[in-house]
Design a protein around this ligand. Structure first.
Ligand code: ATR
Length: 303
């Protein structure tokens, strides 16, 4: 990539020249204005010297089909999809990855002959992040807090990767019941066990792995936590909070304070992007570049 020219695409001080062979990837969603994805993808392109730019596209609900068709016609290499279009986009795909189909949510579109193939790299990203946090899913018992959108992805991952049992704790039992039924039916085994969060004392004794998938504790409500009782945290061995802002949630503080290990959700965000980039470009992003992207993300979410 040449540097120092006038007609350039600028990335925080570094410059990428747009040339005739430059490809486009982007994000469709509503809203998209606060996304960190351009930072992830444009940093990788810049560092690997790949002529690819990534831009956000604000797309209304009724425009999803036209956006996907239009992207294909414009030779767009790939798209990410964010709320509220992760389910709606499925009807407009050429192909879909079986796990993404099971979840009913797609966040990455990879260009294929005649259209796009849909994947869920949120799940794949969470898996990579959990492995890095030394959290084993296979044959293990895990506690999952929450039954909303984020927890849903985690619950599917746990079932898919062969968790022995998942205690799915939610404030409203009805939502936990519904999600548990859906996943147990889908995988044809009773691995998800729904409970009310207030019943956490009924969890089996012994050291627990806990995934925090509620929105409680998210910036700016940094002093909130879904379970206050310090006694609970004495039983937590390893924890993964899907929240990444703040970098240390109250939940993580309580886990660490009681001697357990806790990680935040920034690596999940990182790896959903890295995986999408790898799919679009059929390459493996080198470790040192992943680290550069991670450091930039960390700087952006610091509060
Ligand atoms: P997200 O996409 O972040 O998962 P969501 O789909 O709205 O957001 O889900 C929010 C999750 O946080 C739910 O599990 C919700 O519990 P309910 O299903 O009972 O609403 C949980 N949550 C939100 N605020 C909460 C609070 N104050 N106390 C306990 N749980 C809460």
């Amino acid at each position: 990539m040449q540097k120092g020219k006038e007609r350039i695409f600028a990335i925080k001080g570094e410059q990428m020249e747009i040339i005739g062979t430059t490809r486009v990837c982007g994000l469709i969603g509503n809203p998209v204005e606060h996304t960190l994805s351009p930072l992830i993808h444009n940093t990788i392109s810049e560092k690997l010297q790949i002529p690819l730019v990534y831009v956000p596209f604000h797309v209304e609900q009724e425009g999803v089909e036209a956006a996907v068709r239009g992207a294909y016609e414009l030779n767009v290499l790939g798209l990410n999809v964010t709320v509220p279009h992760k389910s709606a986009v499925i009807a407009h795909l050429k192909e879909i990855d079986p796990l993404a189909e099971k979840i009913g949510a797609v966040n990455t579109l990879v260009r294929v002959e005649g259209g796009y193939k849909g994947y869920n790299t949120d799940i794949l990203g969470l898996y990579r992040a959990m492995k890095e946090a030394d959290i084993t899913i296979e044959n293990q018992e895990t506690v999952l807090l929450g039954a909303g959108g984020a927890a849903r992805a985690a619950a599917f991952l746990l079932a898919e990767k062969g968790a022995k049992k998942v205690y799915l704790l939610n404030r409203s039992l009805e939502k936990a019941d519904q999600l548990a039924r859906e996943i147990n039916d889908s995988f044809e085994r009773d691995c998800i066990c729904p409970m009310k969060t207030s019943e956490y004392e009924k969890l089996p004794s012994g050291k627990l792995t806990v995934i925090q998938g509620t929105s409680v504790g998210l910036y700016p409500n940094i002093h909130d936590v879904v379970i206050e009782d310090p006694e609970f945290y004495k039983h937590v061995n390893k924890a993964y909070d899907l929240i990444y802002k703040p970098a240390e949630t109250k939940f993580m503080k309580l886990v660490r304070g009681a001697g357990g290990k806790a990680e935040n959700g920034l690596k999940m965000l990182l790896y959903q992007g890295i995986t999408a980039y790898e799919y679009w470009n059929r390459l493996t992003v080198p470790e040192e570049i992943i680290q550069i992207v991670y450091d930039k993300l960390e700087g952006k979410v610091r509060v």
